[in-house]
Design a protein around this ligand. Structure first.
Ligand code: GLU
Length: 448
């Protein structure tokens, strides 16, 4: 064992003891820390200055109470959080998640990954994440509005266009950002740059809605291109049916691929003729219904309960776009048996560590979320730039910048992996490239 790997192993042990009750955060660290060892061997100054230990500690964590009244007049209370992880290269930037599973472990894992994702975009944004254990499922529009207003009544003190710029994530879309922004504006005045993912009429950017899904498909497109290949004629498996999944499906279809699955938290659709996107959008974006409605409207499609990753079929490319740890070791076996050649992560950490190891050992090209799903936050940074200019850029302009950003991220991950003798290991490439920039700046700024 080299000196660097010994130091990293010792640090990991210390962190496991410290945050034993935060499994997702520890998982993100376990995936990340060993992979940067080759870089640390070349740069002993980072271990000497203890930058890694500094970096795994969030700069600031805010936790608060969110009281709100339901439609029956009962007072409810939820927990609100903002994890301000790292701001050395720009204001904290990252989404808000409203989901009953949200706790500090989830938000620290997401905030930690966001730091490196944002670094990879090449744009001046630090990393943060926030949200609440509030469950939006089954809530009325008025309840959602009252919750968002209460949440922002506390959060507004801790954010600002040059300080911390939240956006959406699971359970937080255009509607929620609208209610959050309206409350911020009443409290602090109109400062469009404080949130991204806004409506187009009040400072939002074209392509932000599509950005994560489109960006994921652009990333895989650049990878395929390098192998003289394309999406044309490929069979694609997608999980999820939210914003990331919907726009990934749209772009794959545009490129001539066939997407045969999508899912929600109860079950999944298999539509061998290819997902009917207009129907899916109507059900999820307009009516906010469950996927069982898709099958009712399209009887040739099949609906199954459980995980979409249990689906057995011939698949070329898998795009997990739902949530963390959706693909476990058993699912990895099924993916291998299905003949999958590429996995591109639209969600954050959708694949467990053991599943990643299996997938990589089977020579499936694995595109980690922190690189492949960076298109969403990249366009958020472009939204911030437009807000500062008080201008709106055209769809083509933003879309082209998104495509270019994804091409650069892919190239950076690939070349970094090669440089550190991990050819084709895009996870190692992403982690080292993301880390190298942050570490250098932390050193330049005097370990702050
Ligand atoms: N929640 C998204 C992510 O995981 C987007 C964050 C943002 O736009 O700030 O990257």
């Amino acid at each position: 064992m080299s000196q660097s790997s010994q130091a990293i192993a010792a640090l990991q042990e210390k962190l496991i003891a410290k945050d034993a009750h935060q499994p997702e955060f520890l998982q993100a660290l376990e995936e990340f820390l060993p992979s940067i060892v080759p870089f640390l061997e070349d740069h002993p100054e980072y271990l000497e200055k203890n930058i890694v230990e500094l970096m795994v500690e969030a700069e600031r964590i805010i936790q608060f109470r969110v009281p709100w009244q339901d439609d029956q007049g009962n007072w409810q209370v939820n927990r609100g959080f903002r994890v301000q992880f790292n701001s050395v290269i720009g204001p904290y930037k990252g989404g808000l998640r409203f989901h009953p599973t949200v706790d500090l472990s989830i938000l620290k894992f997401l905030g930690f990954e966001q730091v490196f994702k944002n670094s990879l975009t090449g744009l001046p944004i630090g990393g943060g994440k926030g949200g609440s254990d509030f469950d939006p499922k089954g809530k009325s529009d008025s309840e959602i509005m009252r919750f968002c207003q209460s949440f922002m009544t506390e959060l507004y003190r801790h954010i600002g266009p040059s300080l911390d710029v939240p956006a959406g994530d699971i359970g937080v879309g255009g509607r929620e950002i609208g209610y959050l922004y309206g409350t911020y504006r009443r409290l602090r005045g109109a400062e469009a740059g404080v949130l991204t993912g806004k409506g187009l009429d009040y400072g939002g950017s074209l392509v932000r809605t599509e950005a994560t899904g489109y960006g994921l498909v652009y990333f895989v497109k650049h990878l395929l291109k390098e192998h003289q290949d394309s999406f044309e004629g490929k069979t694609v498996q997608v999980s999820g049916s939210g914003n990331v999944a919907i726009y990934a499906i749209q772009k794959v279809q545009e490129y001539g691929g066939k997407v045969i699955t999508c899912s929600d938290s109860n079950g999944y659709i298999v539509d061998e003729a290819g997902i009917d996107l207009a129907l899916l959008k109507e059900i999820k974006e307009v009516k906010r219904q469950r996927l069982t409605e898709y099958q009712k409207a399209r009887p040739q499609a099949q609906y199954f309960e459980g995980s979409v990753w249990n689906c057995r079929s011939n698949i070329d490319i898998a795009l997990p776009c739902a949530t963390q740890n959706e693909i476990n070791e058993d699912h990895a076996d099924i993916l291998i048996a299905n003949g999958v050649k590429i996995i591109g992560e639209g969600a954050n950490m959708p694949t467990t560590l053991t599943a990643v190891k299996k997938i990589q050992a089977a020579d499936i090209i694995y595109c980690p979320g922190k690189a492949a799903n960076a298109g969403g936050v990249a366009v958020s940074a472009l939204e911030m730039a437009q807000n500062s200019q008080r201008l709106n850029w055209s769809f083509e302009e933003v879309d082209q910048q998104l495509d270019q950003t994804m091409a650069t991220i892919y190239k950076t991950c690939k070349e970094t992996a090669e440089k550190y003798s991990h050819k084709d290991d895009l996870l190692t490439g992403a982690n080292i490239a993301g880390f190298a920039k942050i570490a250098k700046v932390m050193l330049a700024q005097g370990l702050v």
